[in-house]
Design a protein around this ligand. Structure first.
Ligand code: SAM
Ligand code: SF4
Length: 323
């Protein structure tokens, strides 16, 4: 039986970057502010999930650090009984200025997305400026200094774009003491995904093993969809998230809350449960919220993501789900 103990919450669909694989060029329409869940609504939903066994929450987006007062949400969620772990996935652009207040608010750990260590390529893929990469790296250093731990780097693999930088990422992992997780590109961000720019995580593993020798499982090997390894002869730790080439539905422990209040049972399936309407209805009670979530989790236990992908599909763009 699947245990659902992890909730990913998209706090906004807005972002200060325009990554080519996530937010297709020309996106101008965002969810109107009144339709976005307020912090007190998110907090109520988290309380309900905590009652039902969720102990770990990740804030994502869009870019979570562009939402005003995100620290107050983190502080509030830290006080929810049963929530043991609050983390964030960020593009890191605002991290150096926000790391101290995030830590004070109760944030435990952070994942920062970095697809290339070349400033020009970084500006290209994120649609930002040439100094953006330096700001993001400063953000990683600030998070480490503040004691957010672990800090991990997420790198989406794009064939012909960053598959020649694997050694640089190994050096980066060693230098900063951060795990670098290679994530397969998913067909969720508009037209960017294609066979030509997809590279399976297994290929990167093979390249690493040819260069460094056989990878050995790291102590965190079994946690989450990423399998982590030590790289022989170095201090680097790498992870692989083969979301496309290998399905890990059977071990999926998570559900997602979109910024407009939909409970999404599987990243790849449009099957969603509208919690916002329930919260805003005159008949709302906490008991009703609990029973709706209970029902949704039962449904999640029955669906298989591969089947969902084939039969339902994913019509949302990644920035509206949060990865
Ligand atoms: N803005 C934050 C960031 O970029 O880290 C959080 C939101 S972003 C949607 C969450 C994660 O999804 C990032 O690591 C991003 O690289 C990843 N992502 C976005 N689109 C993707 C795609 N098409 N395939 C694989 N990963 C994707
Ligand atoms: Fe923004 Fe993150 Fe999507 Fe890039 S991946 S456009 S930073 S939400």
């Amino acid at each position: 039986m699947k245990v659902i103990n992890y909730l990913r919450i998209s706090v906004t669909d807005r972002c200060n970057f325009r990554c080519k694989y996530c937010m297709p060029e020309g996106v101008k329409e965002f969810i109107p502010h009144p339709e976005i869940l307020r912090y007190e609504e998110i907090s109520l939903i988290v309380r309900a999930f905590a009652t039902l066994g969720v102990n770990s929450v990740r804030l994502t987006g869009g870019e979570p650090l562009v939402r005003k007062g995100i620290e107050s949400l983190i502080e509030e969620l830290s006080s929810v009984e049963g929530i043991e772990d609050i983390s964030i996935t960020t593009n890191g652009y605002l991290l150096s200025e926000k790391a101290p207040s995030l830590k004070r608010a109760g944030l435990k750990r952070v994942n920062v997305s970095v697809d290339t260590l070349n400033p020009e390529k970084f500006a290209f893929i994120t649609g930002s400026s040439k100094d953006a990469l330096y700001r993001v790296i400063d953000g990683i250093a600030a998070a480490i200094k503040e004691g957010l731990s672990p800090v991990k780097v997420n790198t989406v693999l794009i064939k012909g774009f960053n598959d020649d930088e694997i050694e640089e990422f190994i050096k980066f992992s060693e230098e900063f003491g951060v795990e670098v997780r290679f994530i397969e590109l998913m067909p969720v961000g508009g037209k960017f995904f294609s066979r030509e720019n997809f590279i399976p995580a297994s290929k990167i593993r093979q390249l690493l093993e040819e260069r460094y020798g056989e990878l050995t499982p790291h102590k965190t090997f079994k946690k989450g969809p990423a399998k982590s390894f030590r790289v022989p002869g170095t201090k680097a730790v790498v992870g692989f998230i083969p979301s496309v080439s290998e399905h890990f539905c059977h071990e999926c422990n998570r559900v997602r809350l979109t910024s407009d209040g939909k409970l999404r049972l599987c990243l790849m399936s449009d099957r969603e449960v509208d919690l916002k309407s329930l919260l805003r209805s005159p008949n709302f009670t906490f008991e009703r919220l609990l029973s709706t979530i209970r029902g949704a989790i039962l449904l999640k236990r029955r669906i298989d993501g591969v089947e969902a992908l084939e039969t339902l599909g994913c019509s949302r763009k990644m920035f509206t789900i949060g990865g």
